[in-house]
Design a protein around this ligand. Structure first.
Ligand code: MN
Length: 709
């Protein structure tokens, strides 16, 4: 006879769960499965999933997410399968719980390769649906709140992992609420003495501090009311302990010297009101210079927005003031959760475009073979303090502190880094090792024949840039490339006399005309395909005939010139007007020299002194090699304002046009003169680019620069 198993005693279901039949069913399901399991505290296990679900509810999560919170441990801790969950609660809940279960197996304190693998899998899971991580964070927060029930060694391990992995993740997802608490709880276990010291420091000054804050709040409220900013809420708030502690360490300062132990927050309705409230604060109290930060114009990568300033009380006590709108406040507290209501769907949430960093972490895992390098890059990206800089198009890039234009270039694109030859930061040419600052607008100048320099490794701040520079050197095995380049040229020109040609001064000139310093550089470039054999042969043909006598005869005669009417004649593009394919051109027979025909724009003012007999009719051939570009100088007159250069460069970039040189001339009260040398394929591309610049409201004139000559 079967033994009678008594029905388990059901636990009491919290009221807020009972209001929803779906949640109540999930509660009963989890409660039944966890029967007989207990927390380290001795309580019934079900209190844990209920607490996790409740945290998710506070974040504004959907029913599916709260349900996943209730069920998050059933696959791991009971016999239930994902299939059963799916049958009972649908595919979305099942998928979330399966994701959380996978994550719970990760141990981030393990050996390098395991740890790297864990990160890879975690970011994959996040990229598919970052709510999995939010459930995991809620799970971790409740476990941290109840950590005192565990053995000391376990406390240490869990607290360390929380401090190193989960608090930064909460920060990256913008969930400020979770981040502060996870940090303070970890701090308490990792450095109990420091924690107690901070506690007593804060407690000692509490009465005094609260009084001061109240005074500031009262004063600000009155002034805001007078201006009709009456919907603003103004409140003081304590800073969390770990934040203060870290500041003291980082700035090697005493508690009294920390600026923002005291903080006041003003919440208004609109962005405009934020700036008006800022003016009010600066008017009422003395602002500390250099302490103003505009995170509204320059949001952090986790989308945090606010104005921060620090004001000084008459007592000499500094107070940080944060000003933001209601919507910004929501994002500061709840991060991704603040807007997931609009984006949640049964397909799960794919991380939206604003979480570029996440996409990047996922990208990296495809690229890195070496676990150690991957781990370093991930940790650096996740945890280092950051600077935010802009591309000319206005895209925000987040880089670790100390990053340089080279780091930026590699972050934008590997190719951009590999061909980076200069940088403009805020409209000024700067050395490549310049440390970037928050808000910098960075334009990378690229040249197809530029390549990474090994000493970049000494100043770049990101491991990813280092990795790519090294990669480049590995790939660009120079000897091999030179050999390959030589044999390519040999095929085109024949073996005869090639050796002599390569050592001739003419060949060096050709190399220089192609922007290489040495013939070997040119051959190497041929070898790895940076320049085509055709364009080198072109250049050889253009050399004065008496100097190219040694040019070996070869199949090069199949070369077509892009200009009709010049066949067989030595020619060059006039450097004064630099005509583009598609533009009306005319040939000028140069005098007393061996440079052949000079190709001018028909409207070039240098033509007016040239007698008709020296002009010959020519035109561009219909078929142009789209790969060839021609340098064009343009001059733009613009109303001087911050960012005008950035906007112009964005237009240029939109048309896929390279900028070779850029300079800006400004003088107070005068229009700015911006000179650009751009690489243009043909007339159409040129005209389209100029028309778009001309259309900008701040632009007075755009003209082609034609040199006298
Ligand atoms: Mn759990």
């Amino acid at each position: 006879m079967d033994k009678e198993i008594p029905d388990p005693e059901p636990s009491a279901c919290p009221d807020w769960i009972k209001t929803d039949p779906f949640l109540e069913r999930a509660f009963n399901f989890a409660d039944r499965l966890h029967q007989g399991q207990y927390r380290a505290s001795g309580e019934a296990y079900i209190i844990h999933p209920v607490a996790v679900a409740s945290l998710l509810r506070d974040l504004g999560g959907s029913n599916a997410l709260i349900t996943a919170g209730l069920l998050h441990d059933v696959i791991e801790d009971t016999d239930t399968t994902a299939e059963e969950l799916e049958a009972e609660f649908g595919v979305e809940v099942a998928r979330l719980v399966r994701g959380v279960t996978k994550l719970s197996k990760f141990n981030f304190g393990s050996k390098t390769e395991r740890q790297a693998e864990n990160f890879r899998r975690m970011f994959m899971a996040m990229a598919q649906d970052f709510r999995v991580i939010v459930v995991k964070l809620a799970d971790r927060l409740h476990n941290m709140r109840t950590l005192h029930h565990l053995a000391p060694e376990k406390q240490q391990a869990i607290a360390r992992e929380t401090m190193e992995i989960f608090a930064p993740l909460a920060n990256r997802l913008g969930i400020g609420q979770f981040k502060w608490e996870l940090e303070d709880l970890s701090f308490k276990y990792l450095e109990p003495e420091q924690y107690r010291r901070m506690q007593s420091l804060v407690a000692d000054t509490r009465a005094n501090r609260e009084e001061q804050i109240e005074g500031v709040v009262r004063e600000l409220k009155e002034r805001l009311d007078r201006l009709g900013l009456s919907h603003s809420s103004v409140s003081g708030r304590p800073k969390h302990l770990y934040g203060i502690y870290r500041k003291m360490l980082r700035q090697s300062k005493g508690y009294d010297e920390i600026y923002d132990v005291l903080a006041v927050r003003i919440i208004v309705q609109t962005i405009d009101e934020c700036y008006r409230a800022l003016a009010v604060a600066h008017d009422a109290f003395k602002p500390i210079p250099g302490r103003f930060k505009d995170y509204i114009a320059l949001p952090k990568s986790n989308r945090y927005q606010s104005l921060h300033t620090t004001i000084l009380l008459s007592t000499g006590q500094p107070i940080e003031v944060q000003i933001r709108t209601e919507a910004m406040h929501n994002i500061a507290e709840y991060g991704v959760a603040a807007h997931w209501k609009y984006k949640e769907s049964s397909n799960g949430i794919v991380a939206d475009d604003r979480f570029v960093w996440l996409r990047q972490l996922v990208e990296w895992q495809k690229e890195y073979r070496d676990d150690q390098e991957y781990l370093e890059s991930v940790k650096e990206d996740l945890f280092d303090s950051e600077v935010y800089v802009f591309s000319p198009k206005g895209d925000v890039y987040q880089l670790p502190r100390g990053a340089t234009p080279v780091d930026f270039a590699y972050r934008v694109h590997t190719e951009l880094g590999n061909h980076c030859c200069g940088a403009i930061v805020n409209q000024r040419m700067v050395p490549l090792h310049t440390e970037l600052q928050n808000g910098d607008i960075v334009t990378i100048l690229r040249q197809n024949n530029a390549h990474p320099s090994l000493d970049w490794i000494n100043f770049v701040a990101t491991n990813s840039a280092k990795h790519r520079i090294r990669q480049w050197y590995k790939r660009s095995n120079r000897e091999e490339n030179i050999a390959r380049g030589t044999s390519l040229l040999e095929k085109e020109l024949g073996k005869n006399g090639l050796e002599t040609l390569l050592q001739s001064p003419q060949m060096l000139k050709i190399a220089e005309r192609c922007n290489y310093h040495t013939v070997e550089d040119l051959l190497a470039a041929l070898g790895y395909g940076e320049i085509s054999v055709m364009s080198v042969v072109h250049k050889l043909r253009e050399q004065p005939p008496n100097q190219v006598l040694k040019l070996p005869a070869g199949p090069a005669s199949k070369l077509k010139t892009p200009i009709v009417g010049l066949d067989g004649l030595l020619h060059h593009i006039a450097s004064c007007c630099k005509p583009l394919p598609g533009e009306p051109i005319i040939g000028v027979v140069t005098q007393g020299s061996n440079r052949g025909i000079s190709v001018h724009h028909q409207e070039c003012h240098n033509l007016k002194n040239i007698p008709a007999e020296r002009l010959i009719p020519i035109r561009w051939s219909e078929q142009q090699e789209k790969a060839t570009t021609y340098p064009v100088d343009i001059e733009i007159t613009a109303i001087d304002r911050v960012g005008v250069m950035k906007d112009i460069l964005a237009r240029v970039a939109d048309n896929k046009v390279n900028v070779r040189q850029a300079s800006v001339d400004t003088a107070p009260g005068k229009a700015a003169i911006i000179k650009l040398r751009i690489d243009i394929i043909d007339r159409e591309q040129y005209e389209r680019t100029c028309a778009q610049i001309q259309k900008m409201s701040d632009i007075i004139a755009v003209k082609r620069v034609i040199q006298e000559g």
